[in-house]
Design a protein around this ligand. Structure first.
Ligand code: ZN
Length: 417
C-alpha cells in the first residue's frame, strides 16, 4: 500500500486543513474552491480519494491492466465529451449535507479543469450527459391505442421518445453519508473496510481522505421534455425513482410489478413533458432491494415452497429469513440526483413506496400527488407483492387488503412453470 509519509492523520470531520496535495472542500460554492475529485492511479501523489473511478467496473479495469490490454497509465481523451445541456449550478450543490453520494460538479470536469488536464493531471468526469431516442413497446402500444398522442418532438408517431440521459457514478462524502444514515463516520469506515474483505485499507489508514469512490452500481436519469421546467413553478414535474429489477425491467418476469411501474412512470413523464413540464426517471442499480439477485431468487423459491404457499402475509418474512434484513437500499441517499437537478417539488410521483416518499419529503422535496399503478397493469403472479406492500403501509390511494386476501395463496406454484 502506498502511503504518503508527508500526510499526517487529522480528525475525521476536518478536510479544510488536510495534508493531501489537492484538498477537497466538499460543499464549496464553486468547483474551483471545491477542488477536483481525483481517483486516478496514474499518479498516486495527486489522488485525493479512497477507491477508484467507474464504480463496480473498476474491477474489470484492473483485469484489463493485468492482462496487458490496458495501459495503467492511460488517461482519457475528453475532447467533445462535454454535457449536451447546461445544467446548474443549483443552490443545492453547496448546501451543507444536501448532496453526499454524487459529485454535483462531476459533469463539469472537462470544462472547469481544462487547464489542469492539459498540464497532465488525470481528472475524470463522474457524470455524463447525452441525448438519446428510446423505444419502449408499452409506449408504442399506448400511442397505437390513442392513450397518448405523438407530438413530433417529445414523442414521435412511431412511439419512440426523445430523452436527455445522464449517467452518474457514486462519489461519497463519507462524513455526509454517515450523518445521512445516522451513524458515526468511524463506525461506517470500519464496517465498510471489514465487510468488503478489507478491500480499501485507506478507509482506516487515511482519515484525511473524506471522499470514497465505492465499487457499487451507478444511477441513470432519463429526462423527458425541457429540463428548465424544474426551476419554473408554473410548469409541472413528474418523477419515478426506480430501483433496478433486471428480471422484470428487461426480461418481463411476472413475479413483480417493476417493469409495469417503470413503463407507467415513463408514460406519466411523457404526458407532463407534453404539457410543458418535465418528466424524470431516476434508475438506480440496486438490484433486489440492494440485496442482490441471488438473494432475490432464493427468496422466490422460499416463498413458493413455504407451507401455505406464496401469500402476502409472509412476503417480507421470507426475505428477512434469508438476507437478515428486508431491504438495504438506504433510501435516504436516493434524493441526491434530484437535489442535483435542482428539484424542490414533484407534482406527480409515480410510486407507492413510503420509504421513497419519506426520504424525499424529509429532505425538503415536496410531493403534491402520488400515482399508483393501474390494476390492469399488475401481472397475476405479482398480486402477492402488491398486497404485501399495501398491507405494510405503502401508498394505495384508499385501497385496502382484506385479511382473507393477505393469507390467500396467489402466487404460482413452482410446478406450474
Ligand atoms: Zn421486480
Amino acid at each position: 500500500m502506498a502511503v504518503n509519509k508527508n500526510v499526517r492523520a487529522i480528525s475525521l470531520t476536518s478536510h479544510t486543513h488536510s495534508g493531501v496535495k489537492h484538498p477537497v472542500l466538499w460543499g464549496a460554492p464553486n468547483i474551483l474552491d471545491r477542488g477536483p475529485i481525483i481517483g486516478t492511479i496514474t499518479n498516486p501523489a495527486d489522488k485525493n480519494t479512497i477507491g477508484s473511478h467507474a464504480g463496480s467496473y473498476c474491477v474489470y479495469r484492473a483485469m484489463a491492466v493485468a492482462k496487458g490490454d490496458l495501459s495503467p497509465l492511460h488517461k482519457p481523451d475528453l475532447t467533445n465529451t462535454e454535457p449536451v445541456i447546461e445544467l446548474g449550478p443549483h443552490p443545492q450543490w453547496s448546501e451543507q449535507d444536501k448532496i453526499v453520494s454524487i459529485d454535483p460538479w462531476g459533469h463539469r470536469v472537462a470544462i472547469d479543469f481544462k487547464d489542469k488536464i492539459q498540464l497532465g493531471m488525470d481528472i475524470r468526469p463522474t457524470i455524463a450527459i447525452t441525448k438519446a431516442r428510446i423505444t419502449i413497446p408499452e409506449i408504442q402500444y399506448a400511442v397505437r391505442q390513442g392513450l397518448i398522442k405523438a407530438d413530433g418532438q417529445i414523442l414521435l408517431p412511431s412511439g419512440e421518445a426523445n430523452v436527455t440521459k445522464i449517467a452518474l457514478e457514486p462519489v461519497w462524502h463519507l462524513p455526509g453519508i454517515a450523518r445521512r444514515i445516522g451513524v458515526d463516520e468511524t463506525t461506517l469506515r470500519k464496517a465498510m473496510f471489514e465487510h468488503t474483505g478489507g478491500m480499501f485499507p485507506e478507509l482506516i489508514t487515511r482519515p484525511d481522505r473524506s471522499v470514497f469512490l465505492p465499487p457499487i452500481g451507478s444511477t441513470t436519469i432519463y429526462m423527458f421534455g425541457d429540463h428548465t421546467a424544474i426551476q419554473d413553478p408554473s410548469r409541472e414535474v413528474a418523477c419515478r425513482v426506480h430501483d433496478e429489477c433486471n428480471g422484470s425491467d428487461v426480461f418481463g418476469s411476472d413475479i413483480c410489478t417493476c417493469r409495469p411501474y417503470l413503463t407507467h412512470g415513463i408514460e406519466v413523464c411523457i404526458r407532463i413533458a407534453q404539457q410543458g413540464g418535465v418528466g424524470i426517471i431516476v434508475y438506480n442499480r440496486k438490484e433486489g432491494r440492494a440485496l442482490g439477485e441471488v438473494t432475490k431468487f432464493l427468496v422466490y423459491n422460499a416463498r413458493k415452497r413455504q407451507v401455505g404457499g406464496d401469500r402476502a402475509s409472509a412476503y417480507f418474512q421470507r426475505t428477512e429469513c434469508i438476507a437478515g434484513v428486508e431491504d438495504m437500499r438506504f433510501q435516504p441517499l436516493m434524493p441526491d440526483p434530484l437535489h442535483w437537478l435542482g428539484v424542490t417539488r414533484i407534482d406527480y410521483m409515480a410510486s407507492m413506496s413510503n420509504m421513497k416518499f419519506d426520504a424525499l419529503t424529509s429532505q425538503g422535496i415536496q410531493i403534491k400527488n402520488r400515482i399508483t399503478i393501474p390494476d390492469d397493469m399488475i401481472p397475476e403472479d405479482a398480486k402477492v407483492e402488491i398486497d404485501a406492500k399495501m398491507a405494510a403501509g405503502y401508498f394505495s390511494d384508499g385501497k385496502v387488503v382484506s385479511d382473507e386476501n393477505l393469507d390467500k395463496k396467489f402466487g404460482r406454484d413452482l410446478e406450474a412453470y
